[in-house]
Design a binder for this molecule. Structure first.
Ligand SMILES: Cc1cc2nc3c(=O)[nH]c(=O)nc-3n(C[C@H](O)[C@H](O)[C@H](O)COP(=O)(O)OP(=O)(O)OC[C@H]3O[C@@H](n4cnc5c(N)ncnc54)[C@H](O)[C@@H]3O)c2cc1C
Length: 460
């Protein structure tokens, strides 16, 4: 049996590794449009951007893996009748089973000023190296448009490098899916470290050095006013609706920089934020266009059943950021998750299912988990905070630097979020296997000596 994996990143690598571990001795192809072997992305907005990690430290070990790599090769189409992946150069790779792991790309800005040099997005190693070069070359003023997870991390890293940072978002607080209470805590983290926040503030466009100041400078071919909405990736990441992002679009359609260089972000009210460098962090879009015309259902993720198998074809499975699949915490509605652990686990789960007949495949139902490092704070969440109707603070250290909150929907706890409370989160994670009522969780925490802020002081 020949298995083809498309997407040579985390989900694709974990799928290939799991196929070999599970005893697949047949042919195994991994096709990826990047030139590099798989690497991990979380350091791209943190250690690699800060210069604390090298590129090599981001690489996954994969030398030992018995795989036919096709790197620098984009899948352009899927011919399901012939059971073949068609590459951009016309080559066809036949498969018995296909695992789609093409992930996401950064949403870019296509509104006024999109052509200016100095505008960056962050999705791959080259993006980070390009941004780092500019920061090292003396750019002092960094504007980050979009206060989702990647935007907030970039702001923290740039501030850690001693740069002047402004974080802008049309939403009233950073990290939209975590709700106002935790979003405000995150905002305060950034304010305390000297980041200027411009919240509930839309972006009209970007003005170049060659243009006059004021809103007029932001007028470009796209014209009109565009509001920047951040956190789109994280909003969709757990199934919550994404904010509208006029002016933001598909990375493939972004204008290329010209000689003129960005000088300022023009806000909706016409005022400006001076910037030598702008990071556009408006979320991500799934790379599934190559599947258009294949007859597979796209939403735009590849729509799968609970076993990560396409709802249209038992020989096509999906893993990672590009996957839409029904989740019990969402009452069986499909969700798409853009988190590292999900991509790793789904890669392995899709691989095991690819080796089994359709009737014997097992559902993937783990509660989604992510972390985000900002300054000295580790934010972690488990479950679906973006679907919660309310977020309730249940634990907090007396110093106020550590906390745990839960997300509640229909009276049930469907998420928990921790700031610097790694061990406490593990307890909440176990509860989500069978979502308890808010009252049950609140009572258990009140009786737990290890809870942060418990009178015994154990949980300090
Ligand atoms: C800057 C950054 C920081 C992050 N930090 C965190 C974090 O702290 N915590 C956390 O939980 N998550 C984090 N994430 C998210 C995490 O990295 C992703 O969830 C994970 O990379 C998803 O893996 P994937 O394999 O599904 O997709 P991807 O990593 O997006 O990989 C998909 C691969 O497929 C390739 N591809 C796309 N289309 C084609 C095609 N047609 N043909 C061939 N190849 C194709 C892409 O180029 C890419 O190499 C971060 C992401 C970014 C970008």
């Amino acid at each position: 049996m020949r298995i083809v994996v498309v997407g040579a990143s985390l989900a694709g690598l974990r799928a290939a590794q799991a196929l070999r571990s599970a005893g697949h001795a047949g042919e195994l192809f991994v096709v990826g449009d990047e030139q590099r072997l798989p690497y991990t992305r979380p350091p791209l907005s943190k250690e690699l951007l800060a210069g604390a990690h090298t590129v090599e430290q981001c690489d996954f070990p994969c030398d030992e893996l018995d795989v036919t790599w096709r790197l620098g090769a984009a899948a352009a189409a899927l011919d399901r009748d012939a059971k073949a992946v068609v590459l951009a150069d016309g080559e066809r790779i036949a498969y018995d089973r296909l695992i789609v792991a093409t992930g996401c790309r950064a949403r870019t800005w296509t509104g006024p000023g999109a052509e200016l040099a100095g505008l960056h997005t962050l999705r791959d190693i080259d993006d980070t190296l390009a941004l780092r070069r500019e920061l090292e070359a003396g750019s002092r003023k960094v504007a980050v448009v979009g206060a989702g997870f990647v935007g907030a991390e970039v702001a923290a890293t740039a501030r850690g490098l001693g740069l002047d940072v402004t974080l802008i978002d049309v939403a009233p607080h950073p990290l939209l899916p975590l709700g106002p209470l935790l979003g405000e805590r995150c905002a305060q983290l950034h304010r305390d470290r000297g980041v200027e926040l411009k919240l509930a503030t839309g972006v009209k466009g970007f003005r170049g050095k060659g243009a006059q100041g004021g809103a007029a400078g932001a007028r470009g071919p796209a014209g009109g006013s565009a509001a920047a909405a951040a956190g789109a990736a994280s909003a969709t990441a757990d199934g919550a609706p994404a904010a509208a992002t006029p002016g933001a679009a598909d990375a493939g359609s972004g204008a290329r920089p010209t000689a003129d260089r960005v000088a300022a972000v023009v806000l909706d009210d016409g005022s400006e934020v001076a910037a030598d460098v702008v990071v556009v962090a408006l979320g991500a879009l799934p790379n599934t266009e190559w599947l258009a015309g294949s007859g597979l259902t796209l939403d735009p993720g590849l729509v799968c059943d609970a076993t990560l198998t396409s709802v249209d074809d038992p020989d096509v499975l999906c893993a990672g950021d590009a996957t839409s699949w029904p989740h019990p915490l969402a009452d069986g509605a499909t969700i798409r998750v853009e988190h590292w652990t999900n991509a790793a686990e789904q890669g392995a789960a899709a691989a095991r299912n690819a080796l089994a007949p359709a009737a014997e495949r097992t559902p993937y139902a783990a509660a989604p988990y992510f972390w985000s490092d900002q300054y000295d704070v580790k934010i972690q969440a488990v479950g679906l905070p973006g679907r919660a109707e309310r977020i309730e603070l249940l634990e907090e250290s007396p110093e106020g630097d550590r906390l745990v909150a839960v997300g509640v929907r229909d009276g049930k706890v469907i998420a928990a979020v921790a700031f610097n409370a790694v061990r406490r989160l593990a307890w909440y994670r176990r509860q989500l296997a069978d979502p308890p009522s808010f009252e049950q969780v609140a009572a258990a925490v009140a009786a737990d000596d290890r809870a942060l802020g418990a009178p015994s002081g154990v949980g300090r």
